[in-house]
Structures are given as C-alpha cells and as structure tokens.
Design a protein around this ligand. Structure first.
Ligand SMILES: CSCCC(=O)/C(O)=C/O
Ligand SMILES: [Fe+2]
Length: 176
C-alpha cells in the first residue's frame, strides 16, 4: 500500500497522479479517516479477519477488460464516480493492483495504491472512488457483513444518515 495526495490533473486516472511535491499519507493518517489497512500474504488469512469482524459473505471479482467483458467501460465509469456506501467497503487484493481515492477532512483526494495481499476497509459514509492502474487488472475478494450487495450512492449525499454518522465518527460536525 502506498498513499499520497492526488494531483487533481485531468489526464488518464489510471496513471499515478502524484501531487508535486510528493505528499505521502501514512496508515495512521488514514486510520484517522476511519480507513483501515492490513497486509496478508495468503487469502486464507482473510477468513480469520472475516470471522473477527463478523463478515458473513464474500465474492470475487476480476476487474479487467477480459474479466468484465462488455461491462468493462460502464463498470469502470461507475467505480470512478465519487460515491459512498451505507456499509463498510472491504476489499482484499488477490492479484494485480489499483487505486482507491478517498476524501480527507478538507475534501482533498488521497490516492491509495493497493496490490496483492493488501486489505483495505473503507468506512460507511466516506466519499471515495476506484480505478484500475495502467496494468488494467485486479482480482479482488469483496467481503460483506450481510448479503453480498454493492450499492454506490453518488455524491452529493450529504444528508445521508450514514454520511452524517461517518462525519461524527471522525469528529466533524456537518453544516446543515
Ligand atoms: C475493486 S472492487 C470494485 C469497486 C468497488 O466495489 C467499489 O465500491 C469502489 O469504490
Ligand atoms: Fe465504493
């Protein structure tokens, strides 16, 4: 995992987009936003984490042109729309790599590069998005607390109760 501030420039999002000067973000800073990172060499280790955190379901997705076929363009577009979920987003990278972008408390984008063995947990209510990198391939295990479901709620969703709950959890009081 490697996290850093995004440059906000308007070229292929699958490029690195490092802000100049390079501004790294530590796992501790991510934790303050409620973003949890771990690294596990074997997919089997994830079963333990899943038990501990009471994730009951999982599925696997191959994000690539081949894996998604005709859905590739539309899925990539959806994943890269800024959105939130009403539940945690839990992703374990089985192979390949990609980027999750999350908003910090000042609404700046932090780019999180994840690769094989990385586990990333995004809290419910955080604004974020996802893109593959230039290698265009990621095999990911998605874990769910309940039934496998993936519902993105696109920004603006500032009145969403999970958004408000999230802001409270990181000590930000929303302006109404
Ligand atoms: C890499 S898993 C597919 C993307 C996804 O599930 C998501 O919610 C991105 O934010
Ligand atoms: Fe998401």
């Amino acid at each position: 995992m490697r996290a850093y501030y995004y440059d906000n420039e308007n070229y292929d999002p699958r490029e690195r987009h490092e802000l100049i000067p390079f501004s790294p973000v530590s796992p501790e800073e991510l934790a303050k936003l409620g973003v949890i990172y771990g690294h596990y060499n074997h997919v089997a280790d994830i079963s333990k984490v899943a038990r501990e955190r009471q994730y009951k379901n999982s599925d696997e997705l191959i994000c690539s042109r081949e894996g998604l076929g005709d859905l590739y363009e539309s899925k990539m577009k959806t994943f890269f729309e800024e959105h939130l979920h009403e539940d945690e987003e839990i992703r374990y990278v089985i192979a390949g790599s990609g980027y999750f972008d999350v908003r910090d408390i000042y609404d700046r984008w932090i780019r999180i590069f994840v690769e094989k063995g990385d586990l990333l947990i995004l809290p419910a209510g955080i604004y974020h998005r996802f893109t593959l990198d230039v290698n265009d391939y990621m095999k990911v295990k998605r874990l769910f607390k309940e039934e496998p479901k993936w519902i993105p709620i696109n920004r603006p969703a500032d009145d969403n109760p999970h958004r408000l709950e999230y802001l409270k959890s990181i000590n930000i009081v929303a302006e109404i």
